[in-house]
Each structure stands twice: as C-alpha cells, then as structure tokens.
Write a protein that binds this ligand. Structure first.
Ligand code: 13P
Ligand code: SF4
Length: 341
C-alpha cells in the first residue's frame, strides 16, 4: 500500500496510523475467519463492517454497508456484542443507540480526520454567533459534537434531512464543506452555513483526475462521494457540459452499489476510498470500475485486521462507551435522522 501523506489544515488534530502490511496466505485467512465466526457465535456477537475495510474483514462480516445502514443494523440487532469494523465515530453511534450492549472497536487508532476537524467547544462558539440556526451534523463527528446538534445525517440522507427543516431557517452544516456544497446544490437552499472541515482522503480526489479519466473513457458513468475535494468543480462542469450531466452522480458508498445495480452502464469511474472496490467487483463482476484516485486509502479504516478482530472478541476489548448525558443528547439527533431515513 502507498505511503500515507499528511494533509494540510486540520492535521495537528490527529495522527495517521501506518498501514500494516498483512501477508497471510489464503489458508491462514480462512482459518482466522473461521475463528472470528466461532467467537461471534460464542459471544453472541454481530460483526459490522464498513465498505472501506480490508477485503478479508468485509468477507467475515454479518453486514457490509455505509454509515447509515450500519447504524440501522446496529439499532435493530439482538446480539449482545457489536464488533464495529469501521472507525471510532461509527462505534460511538452504536454505543449511543445501544447503551446496554458491548460495542467493540478492534483498534482504537481507527479515528477519522473529518470527525477530528470540529470539537464541541468550537461548535458551541459557532452556535453562539448564530443562535437561531438549526445544527445539522454529519455522522462523521464525535458523540460530544452530536450532543450539541439538532439533526444528524449521513451522505445517504443529508439532502433529505435538510429538506425536512423549514426553508426559512439558517442551517449550520458540519463538518464537511464539500458535502455541504452538494447538499446546498441538491436542495436549492442558500442559507446553509458550512464548517470548513474535510476528509483528508476524499480531499485528494481532484477535478483534474476526474477530467483525465472521463477523457480516457468518454462513455462511462461518474460516481463521486460527496466528501470529494472535486465536487464543486464537477457540479459546475456537469452544468456547463464539460462533464456529462446525465452520467454524473454524487452518492454515498451504499448509494454507489445500488446505483450500479440499477444502471445499464458497463463502466464506471469511482471517486471514493479504494476499499469499496472489493464489494463492487464482487457484486458486479461483469462491470468495470476505474478508481478516480487509486491512492485514496484511509489509514484509519485499515487499522482493523483479522488478528485484531480475534483479539477483540477474545478479550472483549477495547470497548467503546459514551457518558450517559452526552449519549442521551446525541441520540436525539441520531433518532431524528433515523426517523427520516
Ligand atoms: P458512507 O459510507 O456513509 O458513504 O461514508 C463514507 C465515509 O467516509 C465513512 O467514513
Ligand atoms: Fe474519516 Fe475520511 Fe477515513 Fe471516512 S475516509 S473514515 S471520512 S478519514
């Protein structure tokens, strides 16, 4: 895997873990996966994995999905233990929804640069400047930031959540400035005030790379995650005809999978973290996928390995918990989103 580079802006707030190179044989992977499944049965555990997880972790999971579907799966599980193969804010969301269950995050270094870009103190200061505004927080935030928010949203439902808010209300949208631009365009709202945060991985998905790949394959469909650094430029290019408007889509990871299944196109340019390629190639072996940026790899997501999942299930650590008062307030924002979804 390529070297991880530190981005500009919010880099002082987190440290990127080095990506561990795992050299297991197919037989070793199979045995470790069997051990994971046996431990899940023993512990009455469910294993939830995000699309950016390593392929061998995705393959052993009970569900592989985007942030929205993973929250929904967590909300309705009857298992006693939830092993979250994703990042910290996702495990926190499960812990908020299910305070009586054990939520495991196999590696505590699995943070998120986007979630790290805003603290509850910063949000409180921002709210103080616009006290009448409605606060919409992306799911990629800490529980303490969600607790200061009116609504939560994911990339799959951000426009729906914003549309549910009266049109005359100012909206503080955080922390992703690129997602905020897409939502403003999709909803036609001109009173969205965006926080300047971003994901260090998606920010590197640049307009030049999109233009190059579309020049090389002029008939393909373009699927971009709304966290991408190129969204503003690509929305304008789709409007002025430089990019094909009818073949340019802004979608969550789950939205991409669904869209591809419904599309008659055979080839796609995919602008998001590379881990999604595993599900795309598995579900649609007859279709061709070109990553817009083949170096878009999230080091946080890759901290989770089969060995760490096994250790986590054996020891029931590290557990993620959220203080009751914060969890209670954060749950209101998450519940409002889940009701709309
Ligand atoms: P979705 O899978 O919800 O589209 O989110 C992408 C992401 O960056 C999660 O960290
Ligand atoms: Fe966070 Fe970006 Fe990694 Fe998603 S890809 S977990 S937004 S750092």
């Amino acid at each position: 895997m390529p070297e991880v580079t530190v981005p500009e802006g919010f880099e002082g707030r987190y440290s990127l873990p080095l990506i561990e190179h795992v050299e297991d044989s197919a037989e070793q992977i199979r045995r470790k996966q069997e051990r994971v499944r046996a431990l899940c049965a023993e512990r009455n555990a469910i294993l939830l994995a995000h699309h950016y997880q390593r392929p061998e972790v995705q393959e052993v999971a009970d569900a592989v999905a985007d942030s929205l579907k993973l929250s929904q799966a967590a909300a309705k599980t009857s298992a006693n233990v939830i092993v979250f193969c994703g990042v910290h804010f996702m495990a926190e969301t499960a812990a908020i929804l299910l305070p009586d269950k054990i939520v495991l995050l196999p590696d505590l270094r699995a943070g998120c640069s986007l979630a790290a870009s805003i603290t509850p103190e910063e949000l409180r200061k921002w709210k103080a400047k616009l006290p009448d505004a409605v606060v919409v927080s992306y799911i990629n935030t800490s529980a303490a930031v969600k607790a200061e928010s009116d609504y939560c949203c994911t990339s799959a439902n951000a426009a729906k959540v914003v549309r549910a808010i009266p049109a005359d209300r100012t909206i503080l949208f955080l922390p992703d400035k690129f997602l905020a631009e897409v939502v403003a365009r999709q909803t036609g709202r001109n009173n969205i005030v965006a926080y300047p945060g971003y994901c260090h991985v998606h920010k590197t998905i640049r307009p030049e790379q999109v233009v190059e790949i579309m020049d090389q394959h002029p008939d393909i469909e373009l699927l971009l995650h709304p966290e991408c650094g190129c969204v503003s430029s690509c929305m304008s290019k789709a409007l002025d005809g430089t990019l094909p408007q009818d073949r340019t889509f802004f979608l969550s990871t789950e939205g991409m999978l669904r869209h591809i299944g419904e599309s008659s196109a055979a080839e796609f340019a995919v602008g998001t973290e590379l881990g999604i390629m595993h599900q795309l190639n598995k579900k649609y072996p007859e279709k061709t996928f070109h990553p817009v940026n083949p170096n878009a790899i999230c080091a946080f997501m890759k901290t989770i390995t089969l060995d760490k999942v096994i250790r986590s299930l054996e020891t029931l650590t590290p557990q993620i918990t959220v203080p009751t008062e914060i969890a209670h307030k954060a749950k209101r924002a998450i519940d409002r989103m889940l009701e709309l979804a």
